[in-house]
Each structure stands twice: as C-alpha cells, then as structure tokens.
Design a protein around this ligand. Structure first.
Ligand code: NOJ
Ligand code: CA
Length: 551
C-alpha cells in the first residue's frame, strides 16, 4: 500500500441543488445526482465532495445549518441519501461531506433556545457579551457585506459573536457539551457511510473567542475530533479549509505519526494564488517559488489543489501589486470582483475562453503535489452569470444538454432555484455534456483522458515534487517521484513554442514514455531537450517501478 485513497484520484465538488433535479421542482436532489453518477464514474472521479446537505434557510449556500442530523427536504429524504451512498459504493466513489461546525444558522433550535433564555443550557453554546465588544468591527471574513463580528440581539439582550454573516452565530467550542455534540455529528454521518469531511472554516472553528477577544486556537480539539473520526472508521479523513500563512498551517496537520494527529488534508490556498499569478503573468516563477517553498508535510498528509471552488478566487496572500496584476488579467471589470477581495468568475471565461490555455491551467493544477479538486461544470468549461448576486454568479445549474433548462430540470424556467447560463458563448446550448461527449477533442473528453491518466500517476498525489531549474521564464519543469516511479512534467504558459534544456532530469535506464500531452510530439524522446508548444504541456514517465512498494 503506497497511496491512500485520498492521495490518488480526483475530488469532484458539487452542490446537490445545482446538479440534477429529479422531481421537477427546480431544485437538484439526491435522486437526480444518483442518476448522474455514471457521468462522474466515466469521467474518472474517485471522490465526491458534497456542499452542505443539511436543512437550512439557505442564506449562505447551505453554510447556515439548522439541523445537523437530517438532510434538507428539498434534496430528498435520508433514504434517498442512503441510496446515493450505496450507488457511489457500487462505483467505487467515496463521498465527503461539508461539515460546518464553526457556526449554525440563527434559525437552529440551539440558537433559538440560547437567545430566548439566559438560563437555557444552550445559552453557553454560543459566544455572548453583555457589553458592546470594542473589537466588534474587526475580523470580518466577508468585508463589504458584513459590518461587524458581533451583533446585538434584542431577544437575548446581549451581543453574539459571528465570524461570518450575522445570521451565522459562532458555536462556543470551549463548551464541553458543544464538543461532544460535534463528535456525535461525526458519528452520525460516518455511520451513514461517508469517507470524510471538509472542515469548513477550520481556523475559526477552533478559535478560543470570548467577549474579551480571541485567545488563540484550540488545536487540541482537532485531535479530539480526529480521534473520534479514526476510531469509527480507520480510513476516514478530514480535509480542512484553512486559509492561513504556512507557519500556522502546519499546526492543522499536527503530528501525523503520533497521538496528536489532526487533519489529513488541507486546501493549498497559497499554491492556488501562485497558479493564478503565474497564469496572469505567463511566467512560471511564482509557481516554481511556491512549489519549492511549500512546507514539508507530515507522513500521510496531503494537499488538495484547486483552481476554482464554490467561492471567489481569494487572492489575500498576494501583495497588493500582485493582486492588481491578477485582477487586471482575469477580473478587470467591477462586476467580476467581489468587494475587492476576489474574483467571482469561472476559469474558462477568466481565460477568455481560450481552450488551449484552460487545458494548460488544469494540467498544471493536476500535476501539483496533492489531490486535485475539480468543481462541477468545469469539465465542460462552463461560464458564470454575473447578473446573479455575489458568489451565486458561479453557482448556476449544471449544463447537461442543449434542451430545455439544459437538461437540469423539467420545472418551468421561472421555478428553477437559479437560472441556467443561457447566453452565448457559455450558454447551455453551446456548452453541455451531451454535445461534448460526441466530440473527441472536446473539453469533457480531454478531462476524461487527463483524469484517467492521473490514476496511473500515483506519484502526483503520494510522491515528492521538485522543480527543475534553468528553464525559460514561461516554462515550468518539475518532477514527481514516489515508490511507483518518476514522472517529468513540462508546462508552457505562453502562446509561443518553447524549447527547454533540462540537465538536471534524473537519468533512468528505462526509455521515457510520454503519457499525456497537449498534442503528439516527436517520437524521439530526449527528456533533457524538449520542445513544448503554445500553452503546451507534457507528462513524461521516466521510470515505472514494478516491485512491491516498501511500507
Ligand atoms: C467557507 C465556505 O467555503 C463559504 O462558502 C462559506 O460562506 C463560509 N465558509 C461560511 O461557512
Ligand atoms: Ca428536486
């Protein structure tokens, strides 16, 4: 055993509400998703990450949970969920759930009880202050739409803390009853068969906030959660969302070998920002620098890499000048931007619909250390709808076909949860699964090939990566090496062909084999001297080890 399941293959992220409606009410549901699993299976997806599925007033895409032990009725019943799980199992697809424990919805019965009675056992499940906290206008995660992190509640007669929107009161992680309840939530969903959880807002979840301010993070609580997770199911994992600087990031992994293990995977936010910067500049140095300086991971830990997710492109770790460069290249108009904090667009329109460049970008992402995450619809190059508010612009229904409502739903158009993108060039008539299936060189079929190649390249997720120096500025050359072999990757970020000399490529006895590329290159393959076409990429296997892997 070398790669663990979460370090090989790819994660597909989707919101059930936006994928496939089965009963014509305009909202995607479990039965609809189940009926589309063959699309994912054929695409070569091995892990599904479902956005929040719990009952919710849906004021923040479901990240405002009103009951952790149920599914939102608009998605179906728990029985439908169980059926989805069974069908995923049949296809060897693992399921991970979004777990939003930092806060609840203000409609959650715990908050209702807490606000209406000071003596309620639930009062202390949230974070209160009788006096106006002096720091109440600091630490907003959503500047622009969120004015403060403390709000006065008339019913409660006190101020409550919320890192995110005011309708998302933070739970008090210092309260032992809250901690036990959170573990119970893990137990419940693990018993229903999920393989892991995305820990939403992990740094805030473990923040020790009181009325006097934040007093550091309770990392020990991650150890407690991890103990419960792994006790129930040895191979279950946590994937934490923690957009913090590197020195704080490693704290989330903990000591992978010892008694203090925490999460298994973290999203590679800094790498994402470097990818965006390099793509914008058509210069590989930002990625090379990020790759070289990524902190070393504990044994069995892994990055989750991504280009786009369900939120805006977050550029907060770039310098103001770098951020301005990315905005200028990919989100120049005010409507592309979200309160100056990020870009609310899908990748294909960000790259002006240049498919060669989009493929280059995804090839880069998929060869970075870690497990790639792909957002639904990106496999066909979907666009956004900038008329929708905020992040909803990139949360439009999946485009299955050129027929009514893009095959998403049979509901009348005005009853859809959100409108489909219908304007060319990214409307459902132009961009959809059914049409692309029939075209061998479509984006979909290209993703299909890349994802299947990825499954033969365990070194990407489980090996160690090294940048090869000495390439021209627009080219990134890097090598991944693991117990199964060695692969060389070369990417050209410009639209002019490049020629690279790579003296530092490991010399192997086996003949090199090109396993994936933007187009067929010369059959005479010399890994020390390579051509790479406009926006070209080459995956060259230098060695395949056939013996038993150690460990
Ligand atoms: C992070 C999620 O990615 C985002 O979509 C959500 O709004 C916040 N957490 C609040 O839960
Ligand atoms: Ca439905």
């Amino acid at each position: 055993m070398t790669a663990r399941w979460y370090r090989s293959g790819a994660i597909y992220s989707l919101d059930v509400r936006l994928f496939q409606d089965s009963n014509g009410d305009g909202i995607g549901d479990f039965a609809g998703l189940t009926s589309r699993l063959d699309h994912l299976s054929r695409l070569g997806i091995s892990i599904l990450w479902l956005g929040p599925i719990h009952p919710t007033p849906f004021r923040d895409g479901g990240y405002d949970v009103a009951d952790y032990y149920a599914v939102d009725p608009s998605l179906g019943t728990l029985g439908d969920f169980a059926e989805l799980m069974a069908e995923c199992d049949e296809r060897g697809i693992r399921v991970m759930l979004d777990l939003v424990l930092n806060h609840t919805s203000d409609e959650h019965p715990w908050f209702q009880a807490a606000r209406s009675d000071r003596r309620s056992p639930y009062r202390d499940w949230y974070v209160w202050s009788d006096d106006e906290p002096p720091n109440r206008n600091e630490g907003m995660v959503f500047p622009g739409v969120q004015e403060s992190t403390w709000t006065y509640d008339d019913t409660a007669g006190a101020w409550y803390h919320h890192r995110f929107y005011s309708f998302q009161p933070d739970l008090n992680v210092l309260n032992p009853h809250v901690r036990s309840e959170m573990k119970k939530i893990l137990t419940f969903w693990e018993r229903l068969g999920v393989s892991g959880f995305r820990l939403d807002g992990a740094p805030f979840l473990i923040e020790k906030t009181t009325a006097d301010g934040a007093a550091g993070r309770a990392h020990g609580f991650l150890v407690e959660l991890r103990d419960r997770l792994s006790w129930l199911r040895g191979d279950a994992v946590f994937l934490a969302e923690a957009h913090v600087p590197d020195d704080e990031l490693l704290e989330f992994f903990g000591d992978a070998d010892g008694a203090a293990s925490r999460v298994h995977m973290l999203f590679a936010f800094r790498l994402n920002e470097a990818l965006m910067l390099s793509l914008a500049r058509r210069d590989a140095s930002a990625i090379a620098e990020a790759l070289t300086s990524l902190p070393p991971l504990p044994r069995n830990a892994a990055w989750a890499t991504f280009l786009r997710n369900h939120d805006e492109v977050d550029l907060s770790q770039l310098t103001p000048d770098e951020r301005a460069e990315v905005f200028a290249a990919f989100g120049p108009e005010p409507e592309h931007q979200l309160y100056e904090r990020g870009i609310r667009r899908r990748l294909t329109p960000m790259l002006n619909g240049d498919e060669a460049r989009v493929r280059l970008a995804y090839s880069l992402q998929f060869t970075m250390p870690g497990t790639p995450v792909l957002r639904y619809g990106d496999e066909i190059g979907m666009g956004e709808n900038l008329e929708l508010p905020e992040r909803d612009a990139i949360r439009t229904p999946m485009q299955w076909s050129g027929t009514e409502n893009g095959g998403f739903s049979t509901a009348p158009e005005d009853r859809l949860l959100r409108p489909l993108v219908d304007a060319p060039p990214y409307g459902f008539k132009e961009v959809n699964v059914t049409d692309q299936r029939l075209v061998p060189d479509s984006m979909l079929m290209w993703f299909d090939r890349m994802l299947h190649t990825l499954r033969e390249c365990e070194e990407i997720g489980a090996g160690s990566h090294r940048v090869i120096d000495g390439t021209p500025a627009p080219v990134l050359a890097h090598v991944a090496e693991g117990s199964t072999g060695v692969i060389l990757f070369v990417h050209n970020l410009t639209d002019s062909p490049q020629c690279v000399e790579l003296d530092d490529v490991p010399v192997e006895e086996q003949p090199p084999v090109e396993v994936f590329s933007d187009h067929p290159y010369d059959s005479e393959l010399d890994p020390t001297r390579l051509e790479v076409g406009p926006y070209g990429f080459r995956w060259i296997r230098l060695r395949r080890s056939h013996g038993p892997a150690p460990g």
